[in-house]
Design a protein around this ligand. Structure first.
Ligand code: ADP
Ligand code: MG
Length: 365
């Protein structure tokens, strides 16, 4: 094989691959399936998130990638090699947990240098690599601090540097920002993304926070009850949720159900256009910010449904309306408070809701 062939070969091999991985635990004499058959493939250099509610199997999936947990069935591959039965310290991945457990009696420098010194790395190289890492996580000048003299966000960055200094090919992060307050968490999200871009390695990120996953990820696997319900980029997950679960878990979404006839769904005295879909029973989602609220019926090639405003909530940059349809369904609408905002619907007003056909998504169930 020539060098060129070899490099294209390497580029197409997934950094991390799970083949129908199942994890069963025995709990009080009963078999519990924490992970029920997950298959996915993560590319080298990707920022990949596992997103889902507590108990859906995210940590178990990560622990199988790291090697702390052996699958009951299925295969784990790293860079094409089957590592299903390979112990954690023999895998090219490093894991950072929410409780980052820095050594409290050691200063920042010694915390980060710890792994390298354990492996008898020459002093000059330790100095170079620790210095580099502290620069990347923006902690140059704080080398002498102890963990307790630092903020939560700074401690988190020390933990990151400590993992990255070992040059792993992939970093696994299990809810690493869970202990931080909202503002700090948001700042760290941007910081993490920057660090990932700078070091260029694969990040696998576990979170139950949908906005966190949408902000940082190249792709997201949305998990529910031990299974992946959808695997796609943030925009697709948000705009075109594959299931009612995904639609509900990622932000606010409206679900409209009925029988599709000739590409039209009749809903509460109005019409919802669903192009390119077979007729029959169907559930459609539409995001609140895609809907326009108006006192007049929109004509033309749009979905248009009448209703009555049941609630208006002022939220600063936008208003949230709850609109009750004739069939009893309630639809949420977000309208931006732009300078030219034309809508000023009040509680009790009769209104028309309209949206473009491409904003209706048919979902599986
Ligand atoms: P998540 O990280 O998404 O919150 P986990 O992977 O920790 O979910 O857990 C998934 C499911 O497996 C949960 O129902 C949990 O109670 C169960 N579970 C996890 N670890 C064990 C274990 N060691 N023994 C028995 N059940 C477990
Ligand atoms: Mg967990």
């Amino acid at each position: 094989m020539t060098a060129l062939q070899e490099s294209t070969e390497v580029a197409t091999v997934a950094a991390i691959q799970l083949d129908d991985v199942v994890k069963e635990y025995l709990s009080h004499g009963e078999v519990v399936q924490a992970v029920k058959g997950v298959s996915l493939s993560i590319a080298e250099g990707e920022f990949f998130s596992l997103l889902g509610p507590s108990g859906c199997g995210k940590t178990t999936t990560m622990r199988m990638i790291a090697g702390f947990e052996e699958p009951s069935r299925g295969l784990v591959r790293l860079y094409g090699n089957d590592v299903t039965n390979v112990p954690p310290n023999k895998r090219d991945v490093n894991m950072v947990f929410q409780s980052y457990a820095l050594f409290p009696h050691m200063n920042v420098w010694d915390n980060v240098a710890f792994g390298l010194r354990q492996r008898k790395t020459p002093d000059a190289e330790v100095r170079r690599r620790v210095g580099e890492m502290l620069e990347i996580v923006d902690l140059t000048g704080r080398e002498k601090r102890r963990p307790r003299e630092m903020s939560g966000g700074q401690q988190q960055r020390v933990a990151l540097a400590r993992a990255l200094v070992n040059n792993p090919r992939a970093l696994l992060l299990d809810e690493p920002l869970g202990a931080l307050d909202l503002k700090l968490r948001q700042a760290m999200q941007i910081e993490l993304k920057r660090i990932q871009r700078e070091v260029g390695i694969t990040f696998v990120y576990v979170t139950h926070d949908q906005s966190e996953a949408l902000t940082m990820s190249d792709r997201i696997a949305v998990m529910n009850d031990g299974l992946v319900e959808q695997l796609a980029g943030p925009r697709e997950i948000y705009e075109a949720p594959a299931s009612a679960f995904v639609a509900g878990f990622i932000g606010t979404s409206n679900l409209l159900a009925g029988t599709l006839t000739g590409g039209v769904l009749e809903v509460g005295g109005g019409r919802v256009l669903v192009p390119g879909h077979d007729d029959g029973e169907i559930t459609v989602t539409v995001r609140p910010e895609k809907i326009t609220i108006s006192t007049e019926e929109s004509t033309g090639d749009v979905s248009a449904v009448p209703g009555t405003v049941s609630e208006v909530v002022y939220l600063g940059t936008y208003n949230s309306y709850a609109v009750r349809l004739a069939d009893g369904a309630e639809v949420t609408v977000f309208q931006q408070n732009a300078v030219d905002a034309s809508t000023t619907a009040e509680r009790g007003d009769s209104v028309w809701l309209s949206w473009q056909p491409q904003h209706s998504y048919a979902i599986g169930r």
